[in-house]
Design a protein around this ligand. Structure first.
Ligand SMILES: [Zn+2]
Length: 260
């Protein structure tokens, strides 16, 4: 992760140390019952508009998966969530090509321990970086599993893609929760139960958020067959490009997004 950040001339600002935690949660998880340390890896592109640079947009994926069992069964996690991590790095690279133009501060995060009940993102919410308090976060997105379930996107016209980017932008700005969107969802504060995505802990405290990714009905989910051969790269690239267009609209909006 650090190496990839360096390759796009993007220096990680911070590595959040997440304290050792007892692995719990998913009964299929081969890490169950073990103690280990992990970290959130964070890179930042500072904002350039004096009135808006304090506002923060978080773009994230998770860097952990299920690991390896003692008898060497390996869970590669290509879709869950290397697909999101690849998109996050690509978005960092695209924004670096527009360095100096982004109005708001962009924070790219690779969260640890998402598969352990979102421990990395929970830690972030509980321990914000000193210069980036939670109240300054205007949007948090979690890209998690875009490698399958987006095949239709290959046939979308540019106008259809733009409609998605514009709709997401309008909804985020207006705080609208859209249950009819097949390709993304959000966590309103009143949502109960477990989170399942890193956006959850942010939504719980009222931060605008979006999840891009599909888990329900997706083959290879949490299986040893979640490998690169089973990821559909073409549609994932189109979704990533559309997420960039969406983020660009949010970033360039001259109005302050801070909630009244
Ligand atoms: Zn995931």
């Amino acid at each position: 992760m650090r190496k990839s950040f360096h390759e796009i001339d993007f220096r990680p600002q911070h590595a959040h140390a997440v304290p050792d935690g007892e692995s719990h949660g998913n009964p299929e998880n081969p890490l169950l019952g073990q103690r280990m340390a992990t970290s959130n890896v964070i890179g930042i592109i500072p904002g350039n508009d004096p009135d808006l640079s304090e506002e923060v947009i978080i773009i994230s994926a998770h860097r952990d998966h299920l690991g390896q069992t003692p008898d060497d069964i390996h869970y590669p996690g290509a879709n869950d969530d290397l697909s999101g991590l690849a998109a996050t790095l690509e978005l960092a690279r695209m924004f670096m090509q527009h360095k100096g133009e982004n109005k708001r501060t962009l924070m790219f995060v690779a969260y640890g321990a998402e598969e352990q009940h979102e421990m990395g993102s929970m830690y972030h919410v509980a321990h914000p970086l000193p210069d980036f308090p939670n109240e300054n976060i205007v949007l948090m997105i979690s890209i998690d599993m875009i490698g399958l379930g987006y095949d239709k996107w290959s046939s979308f016209t540019p106008a259809q893609l733009n409609r998605y980017a514009s709709t997401w932008y309008e909804e985020v700005y207006n705080g609208v929760n859209d249950d009819s969107d097949d390709y993304s969802h959000e966590y309103p504060p009143e949502k109960s139960g477990t989170f399942s995505y890193d956006a959850g802990p942010f939504g719980k405290i009222g931060i605008n958020n979006r999840v891009f990714g599909k888990a329900e009905g997706i083959p290879h989910y949490h299986k040893t067959t979640d490998s690169w051969e089973n990821v559909h790269f073409g549609p994932a690239a189109i979704v990533t490009r559309t997420i960039f267009d969406f983020l660009w609209k949010v970033d360039q909006d001259p109005r302050t997004h801070a909630k009244p």
